[in-house]
Design a protein around this ligand. Structure first.
Ligand SMILES: [Ca+2]
Ligand SMILES: [Ca+2]
Length: 534
């Protein structure tokens, strides 16, 4: 058996639509076009030039469909739960007919009893701090009258209503947060109390299809279609000053890992989307810095835009992914996200991951999307079981069952929400993040149609964005990467210790160990379990 085929890895997004009519026959068409030399230009392959064009800011468009019902705002409707009153000025609930009274230390029990009786209240036995009593207003008496009567008593120091307190989970105000069931599922709002979005000293490398960190036009020089200018924009609600470090494009060998697929953008968003800023959606570890490393081209297309602009590019090969993983570790990435996989063994990638873990980086790896297609062994996920500090992540749907596509094998160590959608606007069941407005990327076209469109002067553009509900173990993986970043920011810096804690404090769900390993990642229990509450 040959020792080192260079296996091609694929992104682990699983779109609801079956692969379009692209097939080997069109790849042959492409090859024929190349060999026929229909374009005279023969620039160097895999090259793109930044133009320093007039910057065009990215636009985050509106939702494509009406969402289903909003979370009801009981307060706005002034629905008051049984036994409580609502103070509109304070915007606070308090127990109906109850007051808390603090007596002077010197007041005898007889004096106290007299004060209560004359104020029309009765002591409710509770073990409160010394000198405090909880009292109930006697039937037919008025609360305000009772409170002022108590206040006038020389035995009484303070009177207050018995207000209600709530858990201080942070519910972000991002308008699309209502779609992020996946964050509630892993108890992220509670975990944010302990680590609000991790911290900027943690760098998370996203080894994927890229991420636009600049707004500009790049000219691709393709031996098939000549020079094609393509517009990109920095991803809105994600890219900001100082957020991106050591970005690199291993496919084109330059510092601009522009995303022509939308996958890397979506995955990076789950990790670090700007949060609590009123727009778009939220991210798990929203304060981290991102290191986008482009190693792979399109999503589920056989021939992606990258394959047209840079035919023969090595994107997705085990070697290029291994190179990026090593680069991440050497440049201080503390967490590495690998939302990719394939059925070819890649020992070089096993060693790259071990190398990264040895340098102190935690690695999250997609378990693979072929659970309902023969459930083959998927790499590099299959290596995770033997590496303490690298975890293979399976996907659950909104019902907390294994998503039908999620690979189930003994190497699956943990699950996270990956979604399971019925359409590409299924915000209720998908993992929602910022992606491209698909129509402007023209990526839905078949290969011949793409080539035709280019010749007719149409250009794909990557500067228009909208919220996209995706599904896949690709979408599950960044949840675990984000939780690892939160742990790291709280001082847990050993990848093996991070893996151990994530497993130990996972929630049990209705899944076998092959399906979900230790269970469903639980951000709150994991952080709390480490005694990290401040
Ligand atoms: Ca946001
Ligand atoms: Ca492991």
């Amino acid at each position: 058996m040959p020792a080192s085929h260079s296996a091609r890895l694929e992104l682990s997004t699983c779109r609801h639509m079956k692969r379009s009519c692209l097939s080997g026959v069109f790849v042959v068409v492409l090859a024929a076009l190349v060999s026929a030399g229909q374009q005279p230009a023969a620039p160097r392959p895999n090259q793109k030039q930044r133009t320093f064009d007039v910057p065009t800011p990215g636009v985050l468009g509106p939702l494509r469909t009406e969402p289903s019902a909003d979370r009801p705002d009981d307060r706005a409707a002034l629905l008051v739960p049984e036994g409580w009153e609502y103070d509109e000025t304070l915007r606070a609930y308090y127990r109906r007919g109850e007051l808390l009274v603090r007596f002077r230390q010197s007041a005898s029990s007889t004096v106290r009893a007299q004060a209560l009786q004359s104020s029309g209240v009765t002591r409710l036995a509770k073990a409160l701090p010394p000198n405090w009593e909880l009292v109930g207003i006697d039937r037919g008496k008025n609360v305000a009258d009772a409170a002022s009567a108590l206040s006038r008593s020389s035995a009484v120091l303070e009177v207050s209503r018995n207000f209600r307190f709530e858990t201080q989970q942070i519910r972000p105000n991002d308008e699309g947060y209502r779609f992020q069931w996946n964050f509630d599922t892993i108890s992220l709002p509670f975990a944010w109390e302990m680590s609000p979005g991790a911290s900027s000293d943690v760098i998370v490398a996203v080894v994927d299809s890229g991420l636009n960190s600049v707004s500009d036009t790049f000219v691709f020089s393709s031996p098939i279609v000549g020079e094609i200018p393509v517009r990109f924009a920095a991803v809105p609600d994600l890219v900001s000053d100082g957020k991106i470090v050591n970005a690199y494009d291993f496919v084109y060998d330059d510092e601009f890992p522009v995303d022509l697929a939308g996958h890397g953008t979506h995955v990076a968003g789950t990790i670090a989307q700007q949060t609590n800023n009123n727009i778009g959606v939220a991210g798990v570890a929203y304060n981290v810095r991102l290191m986008p490393l482009k190693v792979i081209s399109g999503g589920d297309e056989v021939v992606s835009w990258d394959d047209i602009f840079a035919p023969g590019n090595p994107g997705g090969s085990a070697a290029i992914v291994a190179q990026a993983v090593r680069f991440a570790a050497d440049n201080n990435a503390r967490v590495i996200n690998l939302s990719l996989g394939g059925t070819g063994a890649a020992p070089v990638l096993r060693d790259a991951i071990s190398y990264a873990v040895g340098k102190g980086a935690f690695v999250a790896i997609a378990a693979g999307n072929s659970g309902d297609e023969g459930n083959p062994t998927t790499y590099p996920a299959a290596y995770a079981g033997e590496i303490a500090g690298a975890m293979a992540v399976g996907a659950v749907n909104r019902d907390l069952r294994r998503a039908r596509y999620s690979g189930f094998r003994p190497y699956v160590e943990i699950c996270a929400p990956g979604g399971e959608v019925v359409s590409d606007v299924d915000f209720e069941r998908g993992v929602t993040q910022v992606g491209y407005e698909e129509i402007s990327t023209l990526s839905f076209l078949s290969l011949p149609a793409k080539l035709f469109a280019l010749r007719e002067g149409f250009r794909p553009r990557f500067d228009r964005f909208e919220l996209r509900p995706f599904q896949g173990t690709s979408m599950a993986t960044p949840h675990v990467a984000g939780v690892a970043a939160m742990m790291y920011s709280l001082g847990v810096r050993n990848p093996a210790a991070i893996e151990l804690a994530i497993k130990r404090f996972a929630s049990r769900i209705d899944a076998t160990p092959d399906e979900c390993g230790a269970g469903l990642v639980d951000a709150r229990r994991t952080l709390r379990g480490l005694g990290l509450i401040r």
